[in-house]
Design a protein around this ligand. Sequence first.
Ligand SMILES: Cc1cc2nc3c(=O)[nH]c(=O)nc-3n(C[C@H](O)[C@H](O)[C@H](O)COP(=O)(O)O)c2cc1C
Length: 508
Amino acid sequence: MTSPDRSAAGTERAERPAELRFEGRLIVLAVTGSIAAYKAVELARALTLSGADVQVLMTHTATSFVGPLTFETLTRRRVMRDPLELLPDSRIGHIVAADTADAILVAPATARWLAAMAHGLADDVITATCLASAAPVVVAPAMDGEMHAHPATVANLAALRAFGYTIVGPDTGALASGATGEGRLAEPSRILGALAGALADRPVRVPGASARPPLDPTIRPTDLAGYRVLVTAGGTAEPIDAVRFIGNRSTGKMGVAVAEAAIARGAEVTLVAGMTSVPLPQGVTLVRAETADRMRAAVLQALPAADVLVMAAAVADFRPAEIHDRKLARDGGLTLELEPTPDILADAARAVRRRWQQGTADDAADPASNGEPVRVRDAGAAPPPVLVGFAAETGSLQRAGDKLARKGVDLLVANDVSEPGSGFGTETNRVTVLAPEAAPEPWPLLPKHEVAHRLLDRVGALLAQRSARWVTGESRGEGVDSRPLGPAEADGNFRAFVGTESRTERRR
Ligand SMILES: Cc1cc2nc3c(=O)[nH]c(=O)nc-3n(C[C@H](O)[C@H](O)[C@H](O)COP(=O)(O)O)c2cc1C
């Protein structure tokens, strides 16, 4: 009946590219009991994919149309369904949502909810949250055409506009009743455009995760079930003599967070741990490797069976050229000569290229190739593993970009460890993710377990793409030697790389 007045305050603004506007923001997505409630799942998914934190609120009726579990799996936050609910830390759920939301999107909004909101009846969690919030509110009504045309609904919508709320839709089209009329939920792209318009250039209201409704670490997709993830964590200790070593400040927290996140998502995890000072997770195959050499050996040994390698360990760049068997005496001073350690990530990338793709001229010159020409090889059914590196820098992240290109990895997670709240031993990390042929992606300051999960979201997407390309043969290297390798041959390239031993244990 009435179409939105696009000129007045509180009405739909020009659509903007939604994905550019939601990163790092908290969007409260409120779902009421309409037949269109299932479309809110698409909205939740689009918002999370665009980097927003999403808290879903549902009326009790809405939960009869679509299960809260669907939203919880997508957003990793418990759905709020009642104004009486408290968070695990005893804060009042809807007040926390109201105070920290950058915007509230009510989609779909029923006729009943419009009436409740127009009159300030705070007896459902959505109305209570809107009443308590200074955030912009966007409302996408959906209902039968007659309901929408009724003077009560028209007046209620006018009241919401007068509050400054943005009303988007409804559209005209086929309705649940079988009739055609004005009452259909607006298209998700239009709703997201209106949301982006309502946010405009407002600064993030409450940055940082701690004030917002908490993520629930027990809610995770199991998208990595059946995959084998190899993770390194901690620093290395390069011996000087029988008791001393050169080390670094890494605690292993970030690598352990990645291992825990991978376990939670169903992966089989091998954790190669250097020097660590955090508890190591149960349920992994643990390989202790405390020097760069041992870690390299452990990684290259486990790599042929891995679908993913995440190198989160802080491997020393230099080690003493000479190791003294006995403890050195303190008198007389000491001058150490240092030599570079092996570059484990670059070696792993080279081993992968050697096995799955055409090697580079560099690879052919590598002593580990034993003079063998490098050929394209097909390792049978398995696509090549996804390679992820971490790069700790101080100051500019320029070098991280160079590393990405040089090492030939799929993702490089760069962080400035000199920044407050970022780096060794902290609970949080602010990282920039680099991928080939893509603009660097700076992520907000996040708890390390959240960085780990976001990273695994990216890894999961790469695994899916890679499997699809592999199945269609697109990335198998046609026209060259692509016969499957026998078991001995399959390991041959890796064996050449493997040197010193490491200790393995199964942790249950
Ligand atoms: C199958 C079905 C579909 C419905 N779809 C809508 C709808 O699209 N819009 C609406 O306003 N009410 C719809 N209703 C009625 C609402 O569910 C009902 O008014 C309910 O009280 C709304 O509760 P809520 O606003 O607390 O979610 C529907 C009811 C049924 C049984």
